[in-house]
Ligand binder design. Structure first.
Ligand code: TXA
Ligand code: MG
Length: 318
């Protein structure tokens, strides 16, 4: 069935309409400071099932739940000292905490793919904040892209990937951070499950300990871990020092290039531009994308993580 996807404005009227769609079990894409999310009522089995269907996402890959503040998060998960430190330091913001789910959290078991833990986040974007507050319940939201494709940082990216499959899109302009949240496992020693919008170094400084890093090829606990992810149509080649005949060069720092993530070499700017530029090159049907080297510290770790997945062999897309 093809739906007539409505475009809603980021104002009181749009929030009320989005909230009505969520209450009726529908899907609404909305902006967060990281990327656009595809939201549904996290307590409604049918609504959550439709997220997996609309994205073509495997059911074993759990979702992040969005709440307006730390108090609302505490109603869903078993809180800890480390969670308190990190929530005080980084919420609202681009950090997702994975904690043991409470027995009486009241969420659909599809949200966690029946894991004993829940990924929870308090988004900072004013539109996301308003939406979850007006709705008044937990909102399950993965990135609003078809599974395995590039995450959306503008409403138009969402429409290109999911129009006809979802009820509505709230247009809140371009996302500031441009990379998904950092995911931190806190059900044992803190472990970095996915590098993202908050640099691992900042988390280590707040906790006063170093983070274990998830071992690739171990048990799949965050899907960003599926090797090919964030994939544009064209082949992607990393750490390029020269450009092939049918390739375009995606630059970083001062250099001659077709498109430059940040001519001044600023990783924050590069993160904000990354997915938008990949969408643009995808739409232009370029032969291949050669990417200049990008430093592997701060946000560079998350940028390189996404680029490695964009460059991975495609036969493993799930
Ligand atoms: O910035 C973001 O995190 C965006 C915005 C919309 O909030 N959301 C996002 O969702 O990136 P998604 O579904 O594309 O990525 C969620 C990640 C997946 O890698 C999933 O495996 C992981 O969170 N995840 C969810 N629940 C988990 C859990 N209980 N344990 C470990 N990983 C979990
Ligand atoms: Mg995603």
């Amino acid at each position: 069935m093809t739906l007539d996807t409505r475009h809603l404005t980021a104002d009181a009227e749009g929030y009320a309409q989005a909230s009505r769609v969520w209450r009726a079990g529908g899907l609404v894409a909305f902006p967060t400071e990281t990327v656009y999310g595809l939201g549904a009522d996290a307590r409604n089995d049918m609504a959550v099932a439709r997220i997996f269907e609309a994205k073509g996402r495997p059911r074993f890959n759990p979702l992040i739940v969005h709440v307006p503040d730390t108090e609302a998060a505490k109603a869903l998960v078993e809180w800890s000292d480390a969670a308190e430190i990190l929530a005080s330091a980084f919420w609202p913001g681009a950090l997702t905490l994975v904690l043991p789910i409470k027995d009486d959290a009241g969420l659909s078991p599809l949200v966690t793919a029946e894991l004993p833990t829940l990924a929870v986040r308090v988004p900072a974007h004013p539109v996301a904040q308003s939406l979850v507050r007006v709705f008044g319940g937990p909102v399950a939201a993965p990135s609003a892209n078809p599974s395995g494709r590039i995450s959306p940082t503008e409403a138009a990216h969402v429409a290109a990937g999911l129009s006809g499959r979802i009820e509505a899109i709230v247009d809140g302009g371009a996302c500031d951070v441009g990379l998904e949240s950092t995911i931190l496992g806190l059900d044992g020693a803190p472990v970095l499950l996915r590098p993202g919008g908050i640099p691992a170094e900042a988390i280590e400084a707040a906790l006063g300990t170093s983070l274990a890093r998830h071992v690739e090829g171990g048990t799949l606990t965050a899907p960003g871990q599926m090797t090919s992810h964030y994939a544009p149509g064209a082949a992607v080649r990393l750490n390029a020092t020269e450009v092939g005949a049918d390739e375009v060069l995606l630059g970083f720092g001062p250099m001659e290039s077709d498109l430059n993530l940040s001519p001044s070499g600023d990783l924050v700017e590069a993160a904000a531009n990354l997915f938008g530029y990949l969408h643009r090159l995808d739409a232009a049907n370029v032969g291949g994308i050669a990417v200049a080297p990008i430093p592997d510290s701060g946000l560079g770790r998350a940028i390189n993580d996404r680029l490695r997945r964009a460059a991975a062999p495609r036969d493993v897309i799930v």
